[in-house]
Design a protein around this ligand. Structure first.
Ligand SMILES: CC(C)(COP(=O)(O)OP(=O)(O)OC[C@H]1O[C@@H](n2cnc3c(N)ncnc32)[C@H](O)[C@@H]1OP(=O)(O)O)[C@@H](O)C(=O)NCCC(=O)NCCS
Length: 164
């Protein structure tokens, strides 16, 4: 019997292109969000110079996407609009890798403070953000409407990028 060698997937982080919009829409639909983003909306977000989008992709086939993160900049602040890794790609460190590349890039564009909103019960996302150094800066009670009609609190989290 011969040996079987499984090559571990190597990921690379790159900037998004408008041609990634279909795949980004597909990833976004795996995010469990109440609203979906159309391909056209994503195209215009990527084309917007104030919006920075980074992709986690297969390093050998960069058109294969595993996840993305998108932030909108305004003066020296920015907000993470969303971050998603594909369902099969979770728990492999891809979300962390995305943010480890994305944060210094934002700092390079002059962003000093980064904000985001996250559902209070979203444990994986909160774990990722807390590990990256985000702290809770506020709470919006009943901000999210869940598919079952109930409401969930949103936490506002913040991270200073000065030291990056
Ligand atoms: C949130 C999300 C992007 C995390 O991506 P990921 O690729 O699975 O995260 P990683 O594997 O890089 O994990 C990052 C850290 O969070 C922790 N973490 C990830 N999933 C976790 C879970 N289910 N429970 C507890 N901790 C978890 C990991 O332990 C890891 O810490 P480590 O680097 O010290 O080991 C992913 O779960 C996702 O796409 N969720 C759906 C969309 C979503 O909710 N986005 C956030 C909107 S605010």
């Amino acid at each position: 019997m011969g040996w079987l060698f499984f090559k571990k997937t190597q990921i690379a982080i790159r900037s998004a292109r408008v041609s990634d919009s279909h795949d980004i829409a597909a990833l976004h639909s795996e995010g469990g969000f109440s609203g979906s983003w159309s391909v056209e909306e994503i195209e215009s977000l990527i084309a917007d110079r104030a919006v920075i989008t980074d992709i986690a992709c297969d390093s050998r086939k960069i058109e294969i996407l595993f996840g993305f993160v998108m932030s909108r900049c305004a003066a020296d602040e920015a907000e993470i609009l969303t971050i998603v890794t594909g369902r099969k790609s979770r728990g492999k460190g891809f979300g962390r890798r995305l943010l480890e590349a994305h944060l210094p890039k934002l700092a390079g564009f002059g962003v000093k403070t980064l904000y985001l909103e996250v559902e209070e019960d979203n444990k994986p996302a909160r774990a990722l953000y807390e590990k990256m150094g985000f702290v809770t800066a506020g709470i919006r009670k009943g901000y999210y409407r869940k598919p079952d009609g109930s409401f969930a609190n949103a936490l506002i989290m913040k991270l200073g990028l000065d030291s990056l």
